[in-house]
Design a protein around this ligand. Structure first.
Ligand SMILES: [Cu+2]
Length: 465
């Protein structure tokens, strides 16, 4: 962590470099770039006040420079190429080489100066969602500041007054710029690093895109019918797992800049909502949940004790949000017997194939030719076969031997013998069912299977008559 000595040597070096009285007179801080879409190690603060850094899922934290006690960051708004998952890239707009932009981490009470250079083909601005700041730093084009024209750099400066969970995004031509991926996370750490301390603190934004299979650029006028849903502009199986050590207290912070709400669900553990973009929740107001709905423009911080070993699914509970682009225009064919139809069509189109007669589960396995630069609608291979998921899905991996601070993927969970659902190898006669006529319950006619437990019958009246 940061020592007092680091702090003083850092400050001394900057004072030696020349006194800077006004931001405008200073040289621009360096604008670090990122060219990878993988999760980067947390940035341990090299100077300034100490804090416990967050881990940005499939993202990174922006380094800063100290300038006379002011933390200076440099964001460059620009077109970027983002790998959405292996096999698909998208032409997005973002910051410093990626979309979303880098996470900004500061400490409560820090004076912060952010240089924003606009390399987009149109004007932009940056709104610092949730912050208490001077009105003129709020980033609403036309209302609180002029547009930042292409090629220009603007300076934002304020004190990070309130600790908590925030995000940033443009507030000018917003529909287009959000649809193109312009957004980033912001965490203001508490002055006291022991306040609400956790062992792992993951952050990411929820995204939606409408990118036609085979194309690279999102459709910017789409209102609701998006075909890609992601965490930090990645979709499963491109989203990294969140790796934790058994017994860790884990925080996951999410912000929603999509056009719809996302009920985010964790398997195997209960959590509490400990924070929103409005601040930490009052402990007396918390209750246990396994799903939290994150509405548009909201942020939620959830916390839980990682008690149970395993690979626990973590996903949006809207099932079409755990599905990639190819799944969105498939007709429902369940129960449609199209043997005759296929035969007739095959005479005209030899390769014609009908899909989905028995559900779409086969499609997760199918090696169907798909256009370039898109993803199968559901994919991802697990240790037992196809996971049949896409979009907003990843895994919380809880391991006994994961070292503190180690986020490396430990591979699939090795289940202890006898703890995995298994196939029944005995007889499987037709289950006993009631023969109801006109809603009247009758005595079961079929003999119940010898070894299988009786299936409860309609009405749940078993044993009550
Ligand atoms: Cu969702």
């Amino acid at each position: 962590m940061v020592t007092r000595r680091d702090f003083f040597t850092g400050a001394a070096a900057l004072v030696g470099a020349g006194l800077v009285s006004r931001a405008g007179a200073a040289t621009l801080p360096e604008a670090p770039m990122m060219d990878k879409a993988s999760t980067q190690a947390p940035l341990m603060p090299p100077n300034g006040r100490p804090y416990n850094p967050v881990v940005t899922l499939n993202g990174w934290t922006l380094p800063w420079r100290m300038n006379n006690g002011v933390k200076e960051f440099h964001l460059v708004a620009e077109p970027v190429v983002r790998e959405i998952a292996p096999g698909m890239k998208a032409n997005l707009w973002g910051y410093n080489g990626q979309s979303p932009g880098p996470t900004i981490e500061v400490v409560e009470g820090d004076r912060v100066r952010i240089f924003v250079t606009n390399k987009l083909p149109e004007h932009t601005s940056v709104h610092w969602h949730g912050q208490r700041l001077p009105n003129g730093m709020d980033g609403v084009t036309g209302l609180t500041q002029p547009h930042i024209p292409s090629g220009k750099t603007f300076v934002y400066e304020f004190v990070a007054k309130r600790p908590g969970t925030f995000m940033y995004h443009p507030h000018g031509d917003e529909m287009v710029q959000l649809a193109m991926g312009m957004m980033g996370f912001w965490v203001t750490h508490p002055k006291n690093p022991d306040f609400m301390k956790v062992d792992r603190d993951f952050v990411f934004l929820l995204n939606n895109f409408d990118i036609e299979p085979g194309s690279y650029t999102p459709k910017v006028a789409t209102m609701l019918d998006f075909n890609l849903f992601g965490f930090n502009s990645r979709v499963f199986p491109g989203i990294d797992p969140m790796v934790v050590r058994q017994g860790d207290r884990v925080r996951i912070r999410m912000g929603n800049l999509t056009m719809t709400n996302h009920p985010i669900h964790l398997h195997g553990h209960e959590f509490q909502v400990t924070g929103t973009d409005g601040g930490w929740t009052n402990p007396a107001s918390r209750w246990p949940e396994v799903t939290v709905d994150v509405a548009v423009g909201q942020m939620r911080a959830i916390e839980f004790e990682a008690t149970d070993l395993g690979d626990w699914a973590f996903h949006c509970h809207k099932s079409h949000h755990t599905m990639n682009a190819m799944g969105h225009d498939v007709p429902t064919m369940i129960g449609v017997d199209h043997r005759g139809v296929a035969e007739k069509i095959n005479k005209l189109v030899p390769d014609y194939m009908v899909m989905g007669e028995r559900g779409m589960g086969d499609m997760g396995q199918m090696e169907m030719p798909i256009p370039d630069n898109t993803l199968p609608m559901m994919s991802g291979q697990g240790p037992f076969g196809g996971v049949e998921m896409g979009g907003m899905f990843t895994v919380v991996k809880v391991r006994r031997d994961q070292k503190p601070g180690d986020y490396k993927d430990p591979g699939w969970y090795k289940h202890p013998a006898g703890t995995v659902a298994y196939e029944w190898k005995g007889e499987t006669p037709a289950p006993a069912r009631n023969k109801s006529a006109g809603g009247k319950l009758m005595e079961p006619a079929d003999k119940p299977a010898k070894a299988l437990p009786k299936a409860p019958r309609a009405g749940g009246q078993e044993g009550h008559h």
